[in-house]
Design a protein around this ligand. Structure first.
Ligand SMILES: [Zn+2]
Length: 344
């Protein structure tokens, strides 16, 4: 009557220091009652942290050993087993993309936003964002081109430790998986239902009806304060007339990055020190006709403020937990059971 559903997916990458091909296992577990899915990768407890000891904000500027600093990238970061043009790392101007050493999605890349080791999020330039978003979307489109089943893609940003980042060096995370994060699943279903009932696209309707909370708009992008936020200072962005990354053109990226930099600069001015962002697309696959079935949805951007940086604190929630309602777990429940039993 109660099903404990578990399944596994395997990711291949070349890990430092020897860059032999290694297989990483991600476990997906479904809650027997709600059907919400969590993901487990016990290897993630081994992640390096910028912020392990007694350090304060000034000291995180030290870049010794940072794998994302230019002098360390080749030695200390993993390499793709296979990717666009057979490159092990993807470079586009100053942007560098590489696989996540501790993945929690079938496709899980990291993108290093800037050459600078420590830079406030509002100082990441339009150009740096453009390079990053352009490369991430090209990468996701290339992945979708060979995907028989739908992949649910997103581009994400944990800025500093209170937002769940393990490294100070500003980076984005590019993920796609055949299993949608819980939030993506819910919002796609809700938007579909809204469309069936009202015969209009929810997000386009929202743009028309929620002028009260509108913050910024141009021809391609709209940002507003969320009416019922799920975290502090939540802002919702909508890519107008675009359902998925498949449809994105250069002008959309330009608009988006211009708007984003303005929003981030305003966040900084109102005192936000740390934040999470997720850019969520409708699913994509190799079948162009199937990709057109999401007219009821628009690409959305969710941004929320996180607490200030304090000593020795790294939050255990990043974008997957806060914005995509999908816990990333590093302790197996069965191991926990054993540990607790042994210590009763
Ligand atoms: Zn660095």
């Amino acid at each position: 009557m109660i099903n404990f559903n578990v399944y596994f997916k395997y990711i291949k990458l070349k890990s430092p220091p020897k860059f032999r091909i290694e297989k990483h296992r991600i476990e997906y577990r479904e809650d027997p009652l709600t059907k919400d899915i969590c993901r487990l990768n016990i290897e993630r407890t081994k992640r390096p942290h910028s912020f392990d000891s007694e350090e304060v904000e000034e000291e995180i500027e030290s870049n010794e050993d940072c794998p994302f600093c230019r002098e360390n990238i080749m030695e200390k970061t993993p390499r793709f087993e296979r990717v666009m043009s057979n490159k092990e790392h993807v470079h586009y101007n100053d942007f560098v993309m590489l696989p996540n050493l501790y993945p929690f999605a079938q496709i899980h890349a990291m993108g290093i936003l800037t050459k600078k080791h420590f830079v406030s999020y509002d100082k990441i330039t339009e150009n740096e964002w453009e390079n990053a978003i352009y490369t991430a979307i090209m990468f996701l489109k290339a992945q979708a081109k060979y995907a028989a089943n739908y992949l649910y893609p997103s581009i994400n940003f944990n800025y500093l430790m209170p937002a769940g980042a393990s490294l100070v060096h500003p980076h984005i995370q590019i993920i796609a998986d055949e299993t949608p994060p819980n939030y993506t699943k819910k919002i796609l279903e809700a938007a579909k239902k809204f469309h069936e009932k009202n015969d209009v696209n929810y997000f386009r309707e929202l743009v028309l009806q929620d002028k009260q909370r509108e913050i910024y708009q141009d021809n391609n992008i709209w940002f507003k304060a969320k009416f019922a936020p799920s975290a502090d200072k939540e802002i919702l962005g909508v890519m107008l007339n675009k359902s998925s990354f498949c449809e994105i053109e250069d002008t959309d990226i330009l608009s988006f990055t211009q708007g984003l930099v303005k929003i981030l600069s305003a966040y900084k001015k109102i005192g936000v020190k740390s934040l999470n962002m997720s850019i969520i697309s409708a699913p994509m696959c190799s079948d162009e006709e199937k990709n057109k079935e999401f007219g009821f949805f628009n690409i959305i951007i969710r941004i929320v403020a996180r607490p200030k940086l304090t000593e020795e604190y790294t939050a255990d929630c990043g974008f997957m937990e806060v914005l995509q309602q999908t816990p990333i777990i590093t302790t197996l429940p069965e191991d926990l059971t054993q540990m607790m039993r042994d210590n009763l």
